[in-house]
Design a protein around this ligand. Structure first.
Ligand SMILES: Cc1cc2nc3c(=O)[nH]c(=O)nc-3n(C[C@H](O)[C@H](O)[C@H](O)COP(=O)(O)OP(=O)(O)OC[C@H]3O[C@@H](n4cnc5c(N)ncnc54)[C@H](O)[C@@H]3O)c2cc1C
Length: 405
């Protein structure tokens, strides 16, 4: 087989890897996805996908499948930790569609991953290989090679490292990215909506803000579940994992003095997960030779802009478009991809880090001062300045390098 007949191999069947596989397969590109998990199970909780992400997913023909599992919220609100006083953050629902042409949706991560995997399987029987843990990647003469834990070697015309925040592909290219503890941990869980009072079952996302901590809640899975993420500034525990359990009592203690609605959520979570929030210095090169990164492998982010999955989705379609446009010229494709993506994704990473200080301000201690603070930080102009550049981006039809001749 010549190098050009080899597939592009994607390492990781997370949100970014599956989106890239689908976008490539739909463009007639041969692709194989290698995923370490033996089965795709429902791990993780909520993901918010803003219009810049749904634009991509709709372009892949996923609207029907995704609407069947998502929630399309009417709005997002800011609430004060102590009194529960409420202010509008964004109008969503019809407004998101009117402003950006695509909806803002809320998902269980597992539902989005399953829908993408189903579409990938439909696109080609042998594209997705589970139980395929990648242990090394080497760029060779004329092709790249991926080594699996089983000892098998897979040849590729290019390799895409979509293997998430602990990426081995990234470590192979650039060394292990040193994680720095941010001083925050996050509690996470889902609550069956039927356990909550009616006002907490509305199709609305809420950002609770308070000194030194904040809470984000929103409905998932057609409104059957409510997602809870509670971020707390505290030291002494630094495990970065989506599957580490904590206890109800520790979670409740971290939000002592907070509004009863926050405690209604904490008290009704079945499993309280916690993870330490780590940051990593952004990198400005995402590739070496035929090997290129996307999603969290390229730009791990704190979750305070709710854009981790959306950036992975944008990366995926831009990379697929670049490989489609440049055919066998992988260097041109990867170059155009990096030019289109690095600055935007890294800007998002640095704004996410800054959002923590906005959410956790000491000015939220006093109710009167909190009102003045909210009026400035979440004025219509400020919110537009923070989010419009993100939501209005067109990864599907936007320019991709110099015009095609
Ligand atoms: C289990 C899990 C739960 C999550 N839960 C949430 C959540 O609740 N809320 C939230 O906002 N974000 C969550 N995230 C993060 C969010 O999904 C990502 O920020 C975003 O989707 C970026 O996607 P990605 O494709 O870059 O990486 P990921 O979605 O992390 O996918 C990476 C994939 O690569 C696979 N992989 C890793 N190493 C190898 C290897 N050596 N060989 C083969 N395969 C490999 C992993 O098993 C995984 O399937 C979660 C991520 C994971 C992995």
């Amino acid at each position: 087989m010549t190098a050009q007949e080899l597939p592009i191999v994607i390492v990781g069947a997370g949100i970014g890897g599956l989106t890239a596989a689908l976008a490539m397969a739909q463009r007639g590109i041969r692709v194989t996805v290698l995923e370490q998990a033996r089965e795709l199970r429902e791990v993780g909780a909520g993901l918010q996908i803003s219009p810049n992400g749904t634009r991509v997913l709709w372009s892949l023909g996923l609207e029907r499948a995704l609407r069947a599992v998502a929630v399309e919220p009417q709005a997002k609100e800011i609430r004060l930790w102590s009194s529960g006083e409420t202010w509008p953050l964004f109008d969503l629902g019809a407004s998101a569609v009117a402003d950006y042409g695509f909806p803002y949706l809320m998902f269980h991560r597992g539902d989005l991953q399953m829908a993408l995997a189903a579409a990938v399987r439909e696109a080609g029987l042998h594209i997705l290989r589970l139980g395929a843990e990648v242990v090394d990647v080497v760029d060779g003469d004329g092709c790249a090679e991926v080594l699996l834990a089983s000892g098998e070697r897979v040849s590729a015309r290019a390799v895409v490292g979509a293997d998430g925040v602990h990426s081995r592909v990234r470590a192979r290219l650039f060394g292990v990215a040193k994680p720095v503890f941010t001083g925050c941990i996050a509690w996470r869980g889902t609550v069956p909506a039927e356990r909550l009072p009616a006002h907490m079952r509305r199709p609305v996302g809420v950002n609770w803000v308070g000194p030194g901590r904040h809470v984000v809640t929103y409905p998932l899975r057609r409104g059957e579940l409510v997602n809870f993420v509670g971020v707390v500034e505290r030291e002494g525990w630094e495990t970065e994992s989506w599957t580490e359990r904590g206890s109800h009592d520790d979670c409740a203690a971290d939000f002592a003095g907070w509004h009863a609605d926050v405690h209604a959520l904490i008290d009704n979570i079945d499993e309280h997960y916690r993870w330490a929030l780590m940051s990593r210095a952004p990198i400005t090169r995402w590739s070496a030779g035929r090997i290129v990164l996307l999603g969290d492998a390229a730009h791990p982010t704190l979750p305070f802009m709710a854009q981790g999955a959306v950036m992975a989705i944008e990366d995926a379609i831009v990379l697929a478009r670049a490989f489609h446009r440049f055919g066998s010229d992988h260097a041109a494709a990867i170059g155009v991809y990096e030019t289109a993506r690095v600055e935007r994704a890294n800007r998002c990473v640095s704004l996410a880090a800054r959002n923590r200080d906005i959410f956790h301000s000491d000015r939220l201690l006093d109710r009167e001062d909190a009102r003045r603070y909210v009026a400035t930080q979440w004025s219509e102009d400020k919110v537009r300045e923070r989010y419009h550049w993100l939501f209005s981006y067109d990864a599907v039809g936007g320019a991709l390098g110099p015009p095609e001749t």
